[in-house]
Design a protein around this ligand. Structure first.
Ligand SMILES: [Zn+2]
Length: 442
C-alpha cells in the first residue's frame, strides 16, 4: 500500500464512508457506501465535474481507472445513485475527517507556527453562502430564502465555516462547519448568530485548548455572544464598529488622551513602498453596553494614512486581552488576518472551481450540506498536501495557481491511468524536470 499523505487521508475517508448510514432498501445495494461517498469526493478533490464519466469510460476501454487507483473506488456508481444514496446522510457523519486533517497540520508543525496573540491559535468565524438559486425547481426544505422587491425569490444555503488563520501564514486550516438552517421568524443575522452559538456548543470542544482566540466581525461583537465565547473557554478579538456600539464609542471619546486613552504612531513602509503612518489608540476596561451588567472589554483602533494624510485603512476592535504598547501592533495584525477566511477559504468554496454540487443536484434532505462538507474537506486536503507532500509542494511552486495545478491533474487523469497519487506526482515532476528530475547543474 502506498504511504503518501494523500493515500493515508483517503484510507481514513474510506473507513468513515464505509460506516455512513445506508437508507437503501431491497436489491439496490450493489455499490458500497464507501464507493459512493469517495466517488462524490473525487469530483471535489479533482475539481472536475466530468472526472467520474471519464473514469467510467476508461474502465470500459482498459479495465483500469483513476477513481479506483487514486480514491479506492471499486465500482463507480452513476450520479443519480450517488445523489439518492447520499441525500439522507447528515454532514456531521463526515466531521471526524476534519480531525484527521487537523492532526496532519499539527504533525507538520503548522498549527504551532501559526500561533499569534498571547501565543494562542486564531480561529476566525464567518458565514458563507455555498449555494444559491432563483429557480423554483431547485430547492429543499432546508433552503433559506430572500424575497426580492420584484417578487422573485432567492433560495440559498449558508454555513459557519471557521478556519485557523495567522498573520504570518497564507494558509488557512478549515475546521468543522455548522450549517445554517432557517428558523421561523428569525432575521438573517439572528440565524447566523444562532449558528455560531451552535458551533460553540457542538463543535468548538474539539478545538478548545484554553489557549485560543476567536476572531469575528461586528455581527458577533455583542454581549450575549461574548458570554458564550468566554463560557466555552475562548478569548476573543472582534471587529467593533462605532455605529453599532455607540455607548462604548462615547465612553472612549470621553477619555483623557494620555491618561486612560493610550496612543502610539509608527512609520511603516507600505505595500507600494511608500511611507505610511499607522496610528494606534487603545483603552482597557471599557463597558461594552450601558447598565450595571455590561461586560468590560478592551478597545483598540488603528488608522493608517499615507503621506498626504489620506486614510488608507481604519478599524476598531474589542477583546478580552489586556491591550498595551507591547501587543497592540500584533493584536491589530491578528484581527486583520481574519480577511483570509474570505480570500482563502470562502472564496475558493464559492468561486474558484469548487462549486461542483450541480453535478449531483440539490437533493431534498442533506445533500447540499454534505457536498459542501466534502468541498471543505477537499480544500483542507489540498492545503495539507501543499504543506506536507514534498512533490505537491514542488509542483505547486512550479505551476503556480492551485487552479492550474488541478487543470493539469484533470487533463492527465482523463487520458492516462496512474497507479497511485505518488505515481501521478512523479509523472508530473518528470515532465516538468523538477525535484528528482531537475537537470543537474554543473
Ligand atoms: Zn435547499
Amino acid at each position: 500500500m502506498e504511504g503518501s499523505i494523500f493515500s493515508k487521508i483517503i484510507r481514513h475517508f474510506r473507513d468513515v464512508a464505509g460506516g455512513l448510514p445506508d437508507c437503501r432498501k431491497g436489491k439496490n445495494i450493489q455499490y458500497a457506501m464507501a464507493d459512493i461517498a469517495l466517488s462524490a469526493f473525487s469530483v471535489f478533490f479533482t475539481q472536475s465535474p466530468s472526472f467520474l464519466s471519464f473514469q467510467r469510460a476508461m474502465e470500459e476501454a482498459r479495465g483500469r481507472n483513476n477513481a479506483r487507483s487514486l480514491f479506492g473506488v471499486e465500482r463507480i456508481p452513476c450520479d443519480n445513485h450517488i445523489r439518492q444514496t447520499l441525500d439522507p446522510v447528515e454532514p456531521s457523519e463526515l466531521f471526524s475527517l476534519f480531525e484527521q486533517l487537523h492532526a496532519g497540520f499539527d504533525q507538520a508543525g503548522l498549527l504551532e507556527a501559526m500561533r499569534a496573540v498571547g501565543n494562542t491559535r486564531l480561529i476566525a468565524l464567518d458565514a458563507t453562502w455555498y449555494f444559491s438559486s432563483q429557480s423554483e425547481s431547485i430547492r429543499c426544505p432546508r433552503c433559506s430564502r430572500i424575497e426580492h422587491q420584484n417578487g422573485q425569490c432567492t433560495h440559498y444555503h449558508s454555513a459557519i465555516t471557521p478556519v485557523i488563520v495567522s498573520p504570518s501564514h497564507k494558509e488557512v486550516v478549515p475546521l468543522r462547519p455548522d450549517f445554517i438552517v432557517p428558523q421561523d421568524g428569525h432575521a438573517k443575522q439572528d440565524c447566523e448568530i444562532a449558528a455560531a452559538k451552535r458551533w460553540l456548543a457542538r463543535q468548538s470542544g474539539h478545538y478548545a485548548s484554553g489557549n485560543d482566540t476567536l476572531l469575528g466581525d461586528d455581527l458577533y461583537a455583542h454581549q450575549p455572544f461574548f458570554r458564550q465565547v468566554l463560557l466555552h473557554g475562548y478569548h476573543f478579538l472582534f471587529t467593533c464598529k462605532p455605529s453599532s456600539h455607540t455607548h462604548l464609542q462615547e465612553w472612549v471619546d470621553a477619555l483623557q488622551p494620555g491618561a486612560d486613552l493610550h496612543s502610539m504612531k509608527l512609520r511603516v513602509k507600505g505595500k507600494s513602498n511608500q511611507w505610511e503612518s499607522w496610528h494606534y489608540r487603545w483603552a482597557n476596561d471599557a463597558p461594552l453596553t450601558e447598565g450595571e451588567n455590561a461586560l468590560r472589554v478592551n478597545w483598540l483602533e488603528v488608522t493608517m494614512t499615507d503621506k498626504e494624510e489620506r486614510v488608507l485603512y481604519h478599524n476598531s476592535f474589542i477583546t478580552d486581552w489586556q491591550v498595551g504598547q507591547k501587543n497592540v501592533v500584533g493584536m491589530v495584525s491578528a484581527a486583520r488576518s481574519r480577511w483570509k477566511i474570505e480570500n482563502e477559504s470562502n472564496n475558493v468554496l464559492k468561486t474558484k472551481g469548487y462549486h461542483l454540487e450541480h453535478n449531483f443536484g440539490h437533493g431534498k434532505q442533506h445533500l447540499s450540506s454534505l457536498l459542501a462538507t466534502m468541498n471543505l474537506l477537499a480544500f483542507g486536503l489540498h492545503t495539507l498536501l501543499e504543506i506536507t507532500d514534498e512533490a505537491s509542494r514542488l509542483l505547486r511552486t512550479k505551476i503556480g495557481a492551485r487552479r492550474t495545478f488541478f487543470d493539469h491533474i484533470r487533463t492527465l487523469t482523463t487520458y492516462l491511468d496512474f497507479e497511485n497519487w505518488s505515481h501521478l506526482m512523479d509523472f508530473m515532476m518528470r515532465g516538468l524536470e523538477i525535484g528528482p528530475y531537475a537537470a543537474q547543474k554543473t
